[in-house]
Write a protein of this length. Structure first.
Length: 427
């Protein structure tokens, strides 16, 4: 009888893609489940090692799996992903009961450890763990940036683009499964193509992907501000399949801190870039992330950041408090901002952004928006507009007298709004 493998994925959407490709390779030899609480024969844990909270979650998950093995509820436990890439030796010492520990690019070794063979004919195939109407498409691996606070290059290595033809093939395979929304991900989307083609090729890749039959939305995650290719704005503006959505992590606005962070762009140029976005595509939703409490952040630096957020009026914004990461350049700086101050600054920005989100949502009342339905809850449906990515952004509560289908698009009228959601009715 086939044994059952439970693939547990922690961390970001890039890990999701890695797990999905691994499962596609294994499902001819095993029954595959993912993120399951039920008893299975084998557990494969795809870990995250990015920040302290993520590392702690990964360790807790490993401990639970090892305890289940020791009590006879699991036969084998395998560990893969970012945490084991970064701390492989330590994990081996801490968890000798683990049956295998693998890094981020060791898919073939994992498959062999599970007594299977790597099947070349399944290249690009995925065992989807997302709802069937959207999927992540990882267009490159690694990162050539040297941001002072980030451990990703240490874990994932140098930037490596996936050839266009492979991505086009993968996109069609996903479309054949019913995927209608492609969410492009990478450590740095805008760097795509430099290693393979000698220049930034994201605009051309998007146009080629948009020719995929069945794909209706293409969404871009993780564009980098320094060196942002302005021709990409033309693609977002003119290609009807590309969502009017720009995810661009700015991290701060103080030129002093941006220089220390090694972001490659000062405060003035950052503001000019945001102004260009607003000028070129005024209807686009802008999403960013910022860090408060970075070493040396003065009250004046924070006030400058606060006023920038107040003026820029981002549609979506995430705030993180700084924490030292081993082996990063910033580890040599004194982490001199008390945790209480970091939390207070985070809360102040979040409260400001909450009000901005409410006001921007209220502005949409009465407008007609295209919505994709993600799921049904009670007597209403949950959907998203092109301005919202799944799990991280706003949702639309849709009321309809007729039954709506998950994964289908509907034209709606926005009847009301709250801080982080819109209320709509089907037209």
């Amino acid at each position: 009888m086939k044994k059952t493998i439970n693939v547990i994925t922690l961390g970001c959407s890039k890990n999701v893609v890695d797990s999905e490709k691994l499962m596609a390779q294994l499902e001819s030899n095993y029954y595959i489940v993912f993120d399951s609480d039920e008893k299975t024969d084998i557990a494969v844990i795809n870990t995250c090692g990015f920040i302290a909270d993520a590392k702690e979650e990964s360790i807790d998950t490993i401990i639970n799996a090892i305890e289940a093995k020791n009590s006879g509820n699991i036969e084998k436990v395998f560990i893969m992903g970012c945490l084991s890439q970064r701390y492989g030796e330590e994990l081996s010492d801490e968890f000798p009961e683990a049956d295998g520990i693998f890094g981020v690019n060791n898919t073939q070794e994992i498959i062999e450890a599970l007594n299977s063979d790597m099947k070349k004919e399944l290249y690009g195939e995925r065992h989807l763990t997302t709802p069937s109407h959207y999927a992540y498409l990882k267009i490159s691996e690694g990162c050539d940036r040297s941001c002072s606070f980030c451990a990703i290059p240490l874990i994932r290595g140098k930037h490596i683009s996936t050839p266009k033809e492979d991505l086009v093939k993968e996109a069609q395979l996903l479309a054949d499964k019913g995927v209608k929304e492609l969410i492009l991900i990478a450590q740095d989307l805008t760097y795509y193509g430099i290693d393979l083609y000698g220049k930034r090729e994201l605009p051309d890749l998007i146009n080629r992907l948009s020719e995929t039959e069945g794909i209706e939305w293409i969404r871009l995650h993780y564009t980098y501000p320094a060196g942002f290719p302005t021709e990409l704005l033309d693609v977002i503006k003119n290609n009807p399949k590309v969502c009017k959505y720009i995810d661009i992590p700015l991290q701060h606005i103080s030129s002093t801190l941006l220089k220390s962070m090694k972001r490659g762009l000062d405060g003035d140029k950052t503001k000019q870039l945001i102004s260009k976005f607003r000028e070129e595509i005024p209807e686009a939703a802008l999403r960013t992330t910022i860090i408060v409490g970075y070493p040396g952040e003065t009250e004046e630096d924070f006030q400058e950041l606060y006023e920038f957020v107040e003026q820029a009026r981002f549609d979506r914004l995430g705030v993180f408090t700084y924490s030292h990461e081993e082996d990063t350049p910033a580890i040599n700086l004194t982490d001199n901002i008390p945790e209480e101050i970091k939390s207070q600054r985070q809360e102040r920005i979040m409260m400001l952004q909450q009000q901005i989100s409410y006001e921007r949502n209220k502005e949409k009342t009465g407008s007609h928006l295209k919505v994709i339905i993600d799921r049904k809850e009670k007597d209403f449906y949950i959907g998203r507009t092109e301005y919202d990515s799944p799990e991280v952004d706003n949702e639309v509560i849709v009321y309809s007298e007729k039954e709506l289908k998950t994964g289908e698009f509907y034209n709606t009228r926005i009847t009301d709004a709250d801080f982080f959601e819109l209320i709509a009715e089907v037209i």
